[in-house]
Ligand binder design. Structure first.
Ligand code: MHF
Ligand code: KIV
Length: 279
């Protein structure tokens, strides 16, 4: 498994870091077998796994449930688990306890929080001091979708760009080990990447980040109807899966499944019970 220091070294040596989300045993297993560097158990699981229309309904228990399955499928991969909506905004004490629970119960390597408010910066510091590595997340922060007014590109002007750069530096100063940059202009992501010592992982943030992350279901086109502009799909599980299920239905209907090769047979008919009642 890669360590925090390996990720740091990859940035220094300009080797791209690959990250994918995973939410359960089979997705984590596939990602690890393919050789991914890091797995994110994102709260996007609320949307792609549970069918919610945003991430705000996801709970700490949901995150733990899914992250434990991911860990079982990818025991040797660096796993980051999202702290979900409001689990780090009620009080510092409650935030620390939620992070502790997620970190201890899932065996993950780090937790992720969105934003860089005073409250979040203090939390990043306290978790780091306590020994829980924190990945930060700036730009489009989906837990704030209802405040932002939609899933929109962030940092498109001088003021918001400067704020994002300053936030990134503050997060580094408070101990963040890596920074996800979501939906920001590639030129801004490049400046941030060159201004911070920690690896940046981009999603819709251009090629100059230190690594890339995409959602599992987007890469495989699996269960999602509409893909954001920044996604490149590498397979079409929807198509393959639907065809397979259609064939199964048709085979069952016309009794071409199951065949003898899928059936268990008895050698000696005398071993069968008598059916004296008939049908
Ligand atoms: N399947 C999935 N993939 C994701 O990447 C993802 C989720 N779900 N859920 C949580 C967040 C939400 N995300 C999203 C969702 C939509 C857009 C989107 O449609 N963006 C517009 C850009 C709008 C603009 O120009 O400002 C786009 O056309 O891509 C972006 C990020 C990223 N995350
Ligand atoms: C989109 C990624 C970065 C994320 O935060 C998630 O999957 O929840």
């Amino acid at each position: 498994m890669l360590s925090r220091l390996d990720l740091q070294k990859m940035k220094r040596e300009d080797e791209q870091i690959t990250m994918i989300t995973a939410y359960d045993y089979p997705s984590a297993k596939l990602a690890e077998e393919a050789g991914i560097d890091m797995i994110l158990v994102g709260d996007s699981l609320g949307m792609v796994m549970l069918g919610y229309d945003s991430t705000v309904k996801v709970t700490v228990q949901d995150m733990i449930h899914h992250a434990k399955a991911v860990k079982r499928g990818a025991k040797n991969t660096f796993i980051v688990v999202d702290m979900p909506f409001m689990s780090y905004h009620v009080s510092l004490e409650a935030s620390l306890l939620n992070a502790q629970q997620i970190f201890q119960e899932t065996d993950a390597q780090a937790v992720k929080v969105e934003g860089a408010s005073e409250e979040v910066l203090l939390l990043v510091q306290r978790l780091t001091d306590a020994g829980i590595p924190v990945v930060a997340h700036l730009g489009l922060t989906p837990q704030s979708v209802n405040v932002l007014g939609g899933y929109k590109v962030q940092g498109k002007d001088k003021n918001t760009g400067a704020k994002l750069l300053n936030d990134a530096k503050q997060l580094v100063a408070h101990g963040a080990i890596s920074l996800v940059l979501e939906c920001v202009p590639k030129e801004l992501a490049e400046i941030v990447t060159n201004s911070v010592s920690i690896p940046t992982i981009g999603i819709g943030a251009g090629v100059e980040c230190d690594g890339q992350v995409l959602v599992y279901h987007d890469i495989l086109k699996y269960g999602v109807d509409r893909l954001p502009k920044f996604v490149k799909p590498y397979a079409d599980f929807n198509k393959v899966g639907k065809q397979a299920i259609e064939s199964y239905i048709s085979n069952v209907k016309d009794r071409t499944f199951p065949l003898d090769e899928h059936s268990f047979k008895i050698k000696n008919k005398d071993l069968l019970p008598n059916n004296s009642e008939g049908r």
